[in-house]
Design a protein around this ligand. Structure first.
Ligand code: NAD
Ligand code: DAO
Ligand code: ZN
Length: 369
């Protein structure tokens, strides 16, 4: 079938709006009509050429929501008409990683997904007879896409797809980093570095679990208002303080943060996030994705004296199990997504979403089809 898609033809070039061809779903696969997709910093990272796994030409996008149109042979967990959120980390419930219950990093289709292909090693997308790569197993920058069944979370029918699409990445990553990965407890002091869609969702998670001080750090002062709306109690702009950031934060938290979160992807900030943690128990969680080949460093004594450094992918969430619950939280008014959506546009204007992000003017842009 013909599909309208934003194609990443080359690293560093704007996306090109094209009519591309999409083949029918094969065994274990599902055809989904994408109704809305968020544009995340990670899409920009891959488009920039910094992502070592980045392949071109490809159809990017991993923060979508849509409706099942057709299922391939053997598919049992979804049917035409079901509303779904694509998952860039699948949940097969059978591989050793899933069965371990220690991680959400299902490996069932890892090798083909990393190569931009469906599990049988081929692509469903093509342009002028030449294959296009899938992206993160999702490729939501197209009005129709094909995904493996294990990469779909079935959600309730009454949830607005142009809002809950953000649960496919940013919202779940931030909430999950707090709830699943760091397991922040009521009364804790939390420091969040970077107040984009991810950092704001960490703040929202920290408020939800009853954290006491929630300190947001960002170089862009326009991020302050929304962060306060989500529960930030103190804002720190590193450009506006006297002296070094780490001792400033240690003092503000009466000895150090119980929990810190790096939501930028900057290795120098990752070090600051660790070192502002409380001696003996502070835990720092890396959420941001750093550039290819970059390394983190600190003095090992920081760890010897009880600070813990860890990371999280998709907030530790098991997508098929956890995503429908987060959709329920939104529908019950427990979490806010609407305020994070600062811009909406049609697919023809998707490059504006990248410009707004780079200019620091948006939190999340949602593209509707
Ligand atoms: P974003 O660009 O919207 O937000 C980043 C924020 O950091 C901006 O507000 C910016 O002003 C601020 N910032 C930049 N440099 C700073 C500095 N030196 N000090 C303080 N603030 C600074 O990005 P986002 O969509 O919120 O994503 C954040 C990061 O999370 C990205 O690296 C993204 O790739 C990553 N990410 C990780 C996961 C995961 O599962 N681990 C999932 C999604 C996104
Ligand atoms: O299983 O080896 C693996 C990789 C799983 C993908 C993890 C990606 C998490 C960070 C990227 C953020 C994407 C939005
Ligand atoms: Zn698995």
């Amino acid at each position: 079938m013909d599909v309208k898609a934003a194609v990443a033809t080359k690293a560093g070039k704007p996306l090109s709006i094209e009519t591309v061809q999409l083949d029918s779903p094969q065994e274990g696969e599902v055809l989904v009509e994408i109704k809305a997709t968020g544009v995340c910093h990670t899409d920009a990272y891959t488009l920039s050429g910094s992502d070592p796994e980045g392949l071109f030409p490809a159809i990017l996008g991993h923060e979508g929501a849509g409706v099942v149109v057709e299922v391939g042979k053997g598919v049992t967990s979804v049917k035409p008409g079901d509303h779904v959120i694509p998952l860039y980390i699948p949940e097969c419930r059978q591989c050793p990683y899933c069965l371990s219950m220690k991680t959400n990093l299902c490996q069932a289709i890892r090798s083909t997904q990393g190569k931009g292909l469906m599990p049988n090693g081929t692509s469903r997308f093509s342009l002028d007879g030449k294959p296009l790569y899938h992206y993160m197993g999702t490729s939501t920058f197209a009005n129709y896409t094909v995904l493996p069944e294990i990469s779909l979370a079935k959600i309730r029918q009454d949830a607005p797809l142009d809002r809950v699409c953000l649960i496919g990445c940013g919202i779940t990553t931030g909430l999950g980093a707090v709830i699943n990965t760091a397991k922040v407890e009521p009364g804790a002091n939390v420091v969040v570095f970077g107040l984009g869609g991810i950092g704001l969702s960490v703040i929202q998670g920290a408020k939800l679990v009853g954290a006491s001080k929630i300190i947001g750090v960002d170089l862009n002062p326009t991020k302050r208002t929304l962060a306060e709306q989500y529960g930030m109690t103190h804002f720190v702009n590193p450009k506006e303080i006297d002296g070094d950031l780490v001792p400033y934060l240690v003092e503000l938290t009466d000895g150090g943060a119980d929990y810190s979160f790096e939501c930028i992807g900057n290795v120098n900030v990752m070090r600051q996030a660790l070192e502002c943690c409380h001696k003996g128990w502070g835990v720092s969680t890396i959420v941001g994705v750093a550039g290819a080949g970059e390394e983190i460093s600190t003095r090992p004594f920081q760890l010897v004296t009880g600070r813990v450094w860890q990371g999280t992918a998709f907030g530790g969430a098991r997508g098929r199990t956890d995503v429908p619950k987060i959709v329920d939280w939104y529908m019950e008014g427990k979490i806010d997504i609407d305020s994070i959506v600062t811009h909406t546009m049609g697919i023809d204007k998707i490059n504006d979403a990248f410009d707004l992000m780079h200019e620091g003017k948006s939190i999340r842009s949602v593209v509707t089809f």
